[in-house]
Write a protein that binds this ligand. Structure first.
Ligand code: WQD
Length: 341
């Protein structure tokens, strides 16, 4: 299929572009580069061994989307584009609602206009909210505790409502747990701007010497060692899940499908530190601080539905995730260069 990947220059988007190409699809990327460097495109073309067409504009521009969908003869969309920083969303809720929900509405209008009916949406386990039992199953109620999380809850609802308007819609809602890791080549990876909010990129920056020490947010949770437990999933396994989901919705009549993409296993912060030290040979100094507002003790998936329906399962271990993260970070200590590399 000819697949439009929105946010395809981003962390998960770029890894998914490669796997879609490897699966034999043709890929076109649209990205406004508000949270990605143009250098990513060159890396993708290097790894793909072929050109990757990229259109740089904001999804809010519906006219450009109409033209793009028509001219590129798009068959399906994998939709990553959106802002994703929890803290920032609390400070700038209108920016998050405008960008994430406005952009999605613009995309869906253009898709209906151009009769493109297949969409795989980048959702998140954050939609399970603060009080969900673990392991989390897809039939749990959804809620959020911050505007970023609410955009995911709301966009899922918008997609369910739009799917009712025309029987041709085929929607996949993919709920990611904690994506980490990098392509085995070390040429693409997670490159957050500023101080990383998330654990793995922060640990990687400590290991490579960009940060002094890690702050562990709380060691008094009711978990194996008191630190927060999460379901870390390798971005390559996550990308493979997108390829399988796209194939499935193209072959089945169900209008809306919801799948957890997680390993089903939880790892604590201290276990991540240990795995990273094992994978990198570097010591990760840390200090324990009070809990971070909004954090929950434990989050991990019940991935049974994706395994059963998609035949998909996360294969890579936590040490694999740390080793691949380290290869990316140690060969790109400052992340992607600004120029052309
Ligand atoms: C993981 C664990 C922290 C940083 C977030 C978003 C979620 C999703 C994934 C988009 C927790 C601890 C972290 C640090 C720490 N993003 N930690 N020191 O919070 O599970 O999920 O990213 O969909 O929406 O909320 O991921 O990596 O921030 O935290 O101790 O410097 O690491 O307390 O237990 P989280 P995280």
């Amino acid at each position: 299929m000819r697949v439009l990947v929105t946010g395809g220059a981003g962390y998960i988007g770029s890894h998914t572009v490669l796997q879609l190409l490897r699966a034999g699809h043709e890929v076109v990327v649209v990205d406004d580069f508000s949270n990605a460097k143009p250098t990513v495109v060159g890396r993708l073309e290097e790894l793909a061994g072929q050109p990757v067409p990229v259109h740089a504009f904001d999804l809010a521009d519906g006219d450009k989307l109409d033209v793009l969908l028509a001219q590129e003869r798009i068959d399906a969309v994998v939709h990553f584009a959106g802002s994703k920083a929890v803290g920032e969303s609390v400070a700038k809720p209108l920016d998050y609602y405008a960008n994430n929900i406005g952009g999605t509405i613009s995309l869906l209008r253009a898709m209906a206009q151009q009769r493109v009916w297949r969409i795989v949406f980048s959702s998140s386990a954050t939609v399970y909210g603060e009080h969900a039992p673990v392991p989390m199953t897809e039939d749990l109620p959804t809620s959020a505790t911050n505007p970023y999380g609410w955009t995911k809850v709301m966009i899922e609802q918008i997609l369910r409502d739009v799917a009712v308007t025309d029987e041709r819609w085929r929607v996949a809602l993919l709920r990611y747990f904690n994506p980490v890791g990098a392509h085995g080549s070390g040429r693409i990876g997670e490159d957050p701007s500023g101080i990383p909010n998330n654990l793995m990129p922060y640990v990687a920056q400590v290991a490579v010497g960009r940060r002094e020490e890690l702050t562990v947010f709380g060691d008094d949770y009711d978990t194996v060692d008191g630190t927060g437990v999460r379901d870390y999933i390798h971005v390559e396994d996550l990308a493979a899940g997108h390829v399988e989901a796209l194939q499935w919705i193209s072959e089945h009549d169900r209008a809306v499908s919801t799948w957890n993409l997680g390993t089903g296993r939880g790892s604590s912060v201290l276990q991540v530190i240990g795995a990273f030290e094992q994978a990198s040979g570097r010591t990760i100094p840390y200090r324990v601080a009070p809990r971070r507002a909004g954090d929950i003790a434990a989050s991990y998936a019940d991935p049974a539905r994706a395994e059963r329906e998609l035949g998909w399962r996360a294969e890579r271990t936590l040490v694999d995730m740390c080793a691949d993260t380290w290869r990316w970070q140690s060969t790109n200590p400052e992340g992607y260069p600004d120029g052309q590399d």
